[in-house]
Design a binder for this molecule. Structure first.
Ligand code: NAI
Length: 213
């Protein structure tokens, strides 16, 4: 399949398609029309067709899509047909919550190590994974082929730690610290701001309330 430049909006919708298709697959559904998928996902059928056309269409319209095929192909586009080794840097509230979430493994994201600067946390285990000192981080990344680092440390430490990660050849950073990281182009960064999502929710409340007046 030849991939053209895909818009960020389409890419942002792919995980949701993948999730719904996974559920359909688990329910034993073999084929689904864009209309049916549209009804379940609450997006228009034409949006679905437009999105899928970016990747060659994924099969015939009218006859419907093969769920297993579509699930596999979207998985390949998202790069989750292979596994990724992850470390979490910062074993505080957020780091521990993420480490405790088991479903990342289901998607092929394997948490292999957790690191922190606080000696009181060394040796503590979260779901069987030991918290290690920062001094061990670089060697650990090299020895375990870690490709993604999750940053759940204070903003003030994030830039220094991201430099260490870049030096050791990390491929990607899932950044929860509220700071823009300066990394070379070969390092991918996904910033996560839960408060942005809450602000969007607040906007929706506002819009709904003002529509009632
Ligand atoms: P926390 O204080 O519970 O945990 C932070 C951990 O980082 C501590 O265990 C601390 O020892 C460790 N740490 C500090 N400096 C370090 C360094 N240089 N190297 C390694 N470990 C270091 O904080 P919490 O609540 O877990 O939040 C962590 C970060 O995530 C904060 O920056 C916070 O603002 C951010 N955050 C972001 C959210 C988002 O939606 N993006 C949501 C919640 C928190």
């Amino acid at each position: 399949m030849v991939e053209k430049e895909i818009s960020q909006a389409v890419i942002a919708r792919l995980p949701r398609y993948f999730r719904y298709l996974g559920e359909l697959k688990d329910e034993g559904v073999e084929r689904i029309s864009s209309q049916e998928l549209s009804r379940i996902m609450n997006v228009t059928a034409s949006q679905i067709r437009q999105d899928f056309n970016n990747f060659g269409g994924f099969g015939q319209q009218g006859y419907g899509y093969n769920v297993e095929f579509l699930y596999t192909e979207i998985g390949k586009i998202l790069g989750i047909d292979k596994t990724h080794q992850l470390i979490i840097v910062g074993a505080g509230n957020l780091g521990q919550a993420l480490a405790n979430y088991m479903n990342f493994e289901r998607r092929g994201f394997i948490i292999t190590g957790i690191f922190d600067i606080n000696p009181e946390l060394y040796g503590k285990t979260i779901r069987g994974i030991q918290v290690r000192p920062m001094e061990e981080m670089k060697d650990f990344i090299k020895e375990n082929n870690v490709d993604i680092a999750v940053l759940t440390i204070p903003k003030s430490a994030a830039l220094t730690v991201s430099c260490q990660l870049v030096e050791v050849g990390i491929k990607a950073i899932w950044n929860f610290a509220h700071v823009d990281l300066q990394v070379p182009p070969q390092v991918q960064v996904e910033n996560v701001h839960l408060s942005d999502s809450l602000m969007r929710l607040s906007y929706m409340i506002n819009r709904f309330e003002s529509g009632k007046k």
